[in-house]
Design a protein around this ligand. Structure first.
Ligand code: S0N
Length: 292
């Protein structure tokens, strides 16, 4: 007889997802593919520049910001997968062909480092973001996977920083996040030597959550997504924010506090204050218990 736990929670489905392409208002996406699963709460954002090993240019980042913003606002979406097109690269970082004095230059000729804004957007997004990594996750692409909440790596994945080889560095999350994940000595090794590491090495270094055969990558990532989707979205929202708050100082507390306010706004005590104001009377908070 199956245990009660097994009966209640059962196996997570590994059936393939049916993806539906999403197009938002404005120009069609050129550098990414944005999809949502049919009948499930998974969104997938794919950097679609395989001929450049999925390097990002300013326009790529702007498109990713639109897609992440849509996934954040969509109440049916509970997990977002970030990946790269093809099997050769998750992302090879900033497109060095458009890097000029002052940053990466897009069609508007303005130099930008807008990947930094995207990093913060992923960090603060109140839903888990999973990096699904096949091939190279290097340079700014390595930092993007580190920012994600979880990383599922294919056995052909390769991780590393290249900045000191190409005259760049990310001294923000690129350093602080890495030191938290792999420790100070290893982080210094990764940055100073700019070596590449295999998926298995990355697993041993706590850089990724699991390594699977390349042909199982999406299946496993979807399985993890479905497992998350069975759990309480509010618990997960608060947990992500709280795990961030440990490290994010005022910004982390502000985010966590925002979730507390959101929860309070579901409460009769909060409504009593609003109702009293609108009815022109003194609020009566006496019925609300002062719990220990
Ligand atoms: C990924 C690598 C190791 C793959 O090697 P492989 O498989 O031998 O392929 P290649 O033949 O080298 O590449 C295939 C084609 O793709 C182009 N390409 C690859 N990566 C890039 C890239 N990043 N930019 C532009 N083009 C790229 C190749 O040129 C080739 O094209 P064709 O076929 O036309 O010859 C290997 O490709 C590699 O090492 N790539 C470069 C990795 C790299 O150095 N990335 C940049 C690192 N820096 C950042 O990402 C900075 C991030 C950032 O924005 C930032 C953030 C905070 C603060 C500062 C910065 C900052 O930029 O300064």
């Amino acid at each position: 007889k199956p245990s009660t736990y097994a009966r209640v929670h059962g196996e997570v489905s590994t059936a393939p997802v049916v993806w539906s392409m999403v197009q938002l208002s404005g120009e069609p996406f050129a550098d990414i593919i944005y999809e949502k699963s049919v009948g499930e709460g998974i969104a997938k954002i794919t950097i679609n520049r395989p001929e450049r090993r999925n390097a990002f240019r300013p326009e790529t980042i702007i498109e990713m910001q639109h897609a992440f913003s849509d996934a954040r606002d969509d109440p049916n979406i509970g997990v977002i997968i970030l990946t790269g097109q093809g099997t050769q690269a998750f992302c090879s970082g900033g497109d060095q062909a458009v890097r000029q004095i002052g940053g990466y230059v897009g069609r508007d000729k303005v130099p930008r480092l807008n990947v930094l804004d995207l990093q913060i957007q992923i960090r603060r997004l109140p839903k888990p973001v999973i990096a699904m990594v096949a091939g190279y996750a290097v340079g700014g692409g390595h930092i993007l996977h580190m920012i994600c909440d979880l990383t599922i790596a294919a056995d052909n994945a390769v991780f590393g920083q290249t900045g000191p080889k190409v005259g760049s560095f990310d001294a923000g999350y690129g350093c602080s996040m890495m030191a938290r994940l792999v420790g100070q000595k290893k982080a210094r090794e990764m940055w100073f030597l700019a070596r590449f590491y295999s998926a298995q090495e990355a697993l041993r270094m706590n850089l990724v959550n699991t390594v699977v055969p390349l042909d199982q990558l999406e299946r496993e990532t979807v399985k993890w997504s479905r497992e998350i989707l069975r759990n309480s979205p509010t618990a997960i929202r608060l947990l992500k924010s709280s795990l961030n708050a440990i490290e994010d100082g005022h910004a982390g507390l502000q985010d966590l506090a925002g979730h507390a306010t959101m929860l309070f706004y579901h409460n009769d005590e909060a409504l009593e204050g609003r109702n009293a104001y609108l009815e022109g009377r003194a609020p009566d908070f006496s019925k609300f218990k002062r719990l220990p």
